[in-house]
Ligand binder design. Structure first.
Ligand SMILES: [Fe+2]
Ligand SMILES: [Fe+2]
Length: 293
């Protein structure tokens, strides 16, 4: 018979990191895309050059599709975490899926407000398709029949460390660098700011999950790093080769690569810290220690 946390001596661990993430999500994850004023964005959109609009639309369509994909692909993770009996983690994940859905909602609403309709044929990047149509869904789907530590690490590295922690973070950097400097698209930037804060909790959850598994089996550190390095050496390199940005800033491509490298190093450093720590220590980490804003 299963044991419910609420009906056992254990109870809900309110000091655990996943519960603290859940508390933060209740407070900060409730922003509504409908409250954002896009009227200035519509005017700004008309004022951009054709090349600028094309470039921005390429990135926005990537984000919109990615948010839809991750909303779908987080479900096997929730089910796997429920099966292994991590209740505080599952409580947090209930907010995770809501937030991913809201991010897709935000991009849909933004496009509607600036008058872009119809199919988005702006993703001419094969690496994007490989990540969101093949690698991510396959890796997450495996959790439906395999909840082993290796399967959980593969999922958290691909979803949280790589797709969110390296690729999406690099995308936010582009939005800030290219739009903030010319003071345009305030509604888009406001939404991106909210999304970025939600995503810092998502990445924090993945970091925590991998750290907890490493604390139980230190050999999983090398396994996680190898997986991350593989994604960096394939998908990320392909992204860099296939993407041609520069309509706002001719130096942006180079700077995006540097920023992505920094994100990668930050993920590696934080995982390395789990190697000689005990499980209880990891479970009681503060949100800050896993990089949550
Ligand atoms: Fe998201
Ligand atoms: Fe996310």
């Amino acid at each position: 018979m299963r044991q419910l946390a609420s009906h056992s001596e254990k109870g809900i661990n309110r000091n655990s990191l996943p519960f603290k993430l859940y508390e933060k999500a209740k407070k900060f994850g409730t922003w509504d895309p409908r409250d954002i004023d896009f009227s200035q964005d519509k005017e700004d959109w008309e004022s951009l050059t054709y090349a600028q609009r094309e470039e921005l639309m390429q990135l926005i369509s990537q984000f919109y599709g990615a948010e839809e994909s991750v909303t779908i692909d987080i479900l096997p993770m929730i089910s796997a975490i429920s099966k292994v009996g991590y209740f505080e983690e599952e409580m947090y994940l209930t907010t995770f899926v809501f937030e991913e859905a809201k991010h897709a909602d935000f991009f849909s609403l933004f496009l509607e407000n600036i008058g872009v309709k119809g199919e988005l044929g702006h993703i001419p990047i094969p690496a994007w398709h490989k990540l969101f149509h093949q690698i991510l869904p396959e890796t997450m789907d495996r959790l439906n029949h395999d909840q082993s530590p290796h399967a959980l690490i593969d999922a958290a590295v691909t979803y949280n460390m790589f797709a969110e922690g390296v690729m999406a973070e690099t995308g936010y950097y582009y939005f800030y660098e290219c739009l903030k400097s010319i003071n345009k698209m305030p509604g888009l930037l406001e939404g991106i700011g909210n999304i970025k804060r939600d995503e810092s909790r998502h990445i924090g959850f993945g970091t925590f999950l991998i750290q907890r598994l490493i604390s139980e089996d230190p050999s999983l550190y090398d396994y996680a790093i190898e997986k991350l390095n593989h994604l960096m050496g394939t998908i990320r390199v392909e992204f860099g080769e296939q993407r041609k940005f520069g309509a706002f800033d001719p130096t942006i491509d180079e700077r995006l690569t540097q920023f992505g490298n920094k994100q990668y190093q930050a993920r590696v450093d934080v995982l390395a810290r789990a190697k000689n720590r005990k499980f209880e220590e990891i479970y009681n980490l503060s949100e800050k220690e896993v990089g949550v804003e």
